[in-house]
Design a protein around this ligand. Structure first.
Ligand code: FAD
Length: 395
């Protein structure tokens, strides 16, 4: 296929990986992102990006990364915490390990900001990739192949053969595509909010007075406190600080019921008693009240493309609830599958149409599995029956 120009909208993990794939195939790539360069921002549990701090990277996502660069995937895998199973915590603080796989297959905890930064660094190193931060897509004229971006200095128009919508769940590219093409679209918010709680490292003071820090829980497990209608889960953070990031998933009304510091302490003492001494009552209350509460949306649409002009990938095409730990992984796989089709034909129109046709069933299935896995995680994991059913492709 002759070299083309592509405007990728959204420099999240999926859009940035797509930039690497397009550049590898000789396309002239411009990656547009509405925010400033995330590599310049400070990270931390209270940063109100609306995104989780860490993520589970699984086989599906790793293969997607390898398709862009085996070296890059290897570099990323040096900076993860392997997670071999779930650790189920009961209301007395007792822990039960459930291995994901008898052969040791595992998922990997990775820092979201770091991962995005490594992908951006890799894209920036390529001659045929240009990164443009502070550019918000506002309009696409697919017939004239022109996209309009709003910047600090006013609006600009750019021309490109293809627009890739990697601009997340509330995608503007998707909205623009829906004006040009009849698109089936379904959006569902679940009645659950999420709030992150950071669990600091445990300090150990030895006989000679030296203090060392270690993980407060086993870092090689995904820890879950299932409570039937809600749950807490946490994953280790890689790096010197040896902290965990916990995520409390709870119905909106239950969050509304927690009004005073005593309510927070009661909630945690009743359902997650072993977390209280690790974080401390005062700090727990501070985090509970100050940290943002995120919503959870599931989005399905079809088709994912418009002629040879536009394609939707990642959350823009299929935002899913996070309980299968596959949103980003699936977005990485989107890029890999898309390029399989692009390489198979000289016609971009055919490649994009084939992508929609073959990808739809898989995306709908994983989205439904993600929804079902919420029940699994907050309830079924604590039943003995569950022990017979295991998978590495879920949390
Ligand atoms: P995003 O990460 O949303 O990036 C989109 C980018 O587009 C953003 O940078 C945004 O600023 C930019 N943008 C938006 N609009 C415009 C515009 N008009 N112009 C220019 N730029 C624009 N997934 C996993 O695989 N594993 C996990 O363990 C996991 N855990 C999760 C936990 C939680 C609590 C949540 C909420 C999600 C989790 N996910 C997980 C899902 C994962 O976060 C998403 O699937 C992933 O971030 C999608 O990446 P993306 O690049 O498609 O979109």
């Amino acid at each position: 296929m002759p070299a083309h120009t592509v405007s990728i909208v959204g420099a999240g993990p999926v859009g940035t990986l797509a930039a690497l794939y397009f550049a590898n195939e000789g396309w002239k790539v411009t990656l547009y992102e509405l925010r400033s360069d995330p590599r310049l921002q400070q990270k931390g549990p209270t940063a109100s990006t609306g995104k989780s701090i860490n993520l589970a990277l699984s086989h599906r996502g790793i293969e997607g990364l390898r398709g862009a660069s085996a070296e890059l995937a290897a570099e990323i895998l040096k900076n993860v915490v392997p997670v071999y199973g779930r650790m189920i915590h009961d209301r007395h603080g007792r822990q039960t390990s459930q291995a994901y796989d008898v052969h040791g297959m595992h998922i990997n905890a990775v820092d979201r900001g770091w991962l995005n930064g490594v992908l951006l660094d890799a894209a920036e190193r390529l001659e045929n990739v240009e990164l443009r931060f502070g550019h918000r897509l506002v309009h696409c004229d697919f017939d004239r192949r022109i996209s309009k971006f709003s910047t600090e200095d006013g609006e600009i128009e750019v021309q490109s053969d293809l627009v890739v919508g990697a601009d997340g769940a509330h995608s503007t590219v998707r909205r623009q595509m829906m004006r040009a093409e009849p698109v089936d679209f379904e959006q569902k918010y679940i009645d659950t909010l999420w709030c992150e709680i950071s669990i600091p490292p445990k300090r150990i003071t030895s006989a000679d007075g030296t203090t060392t820090e270690t993980y407060a829980l086993d870092p090689n497990h995904l820890h879950i406190w299932p409570c039937k209608t809600f749950m807490l889960m946490c994953l280790a953070n890689i790096g010197s600080d040896k902290s965990f990031t916990g995520t409390l998933f709870m119905p909106r009304v239950s969050f509304d019921d927690v009004v005073y510091p005593n309510d927070v302490v009661d909630l945690f003492n009743t359902f997650f008693p072993d977390v209280v001494p690790l974080v401390g009552e005062k700090e727990l209350c501070r985090q509970f009240f100050e940290n943002p509460k995120g919503t959870l949306v599931s989005i399905k649409c079809s088709p994912y493309h418009y002629l040879d002009r536009c394609i939707l990938i990642g959350d823009a095409a299929h935002a899913m609830v996070p309980f299968y730990g596959q949103g980003m992984n699936c977005g990485f796989e989107d890029v890999q599958v898309l390029f399989k089709h692009i390489k198979e034909t000289n016609s971009l129109t055919t490649a994009l149409a084939d992508y929609t046709t073959t990808r739809r069933a898989d995306l709908l299935a994983i989205s439904d599995l993600a929804m079902e896995n919420y029940v699994e995680m907050r309830s079924s994991v604590s039943s003995k029956m569950y022990l017979a059913r295991k998978s590495t492709e879920e949390f």
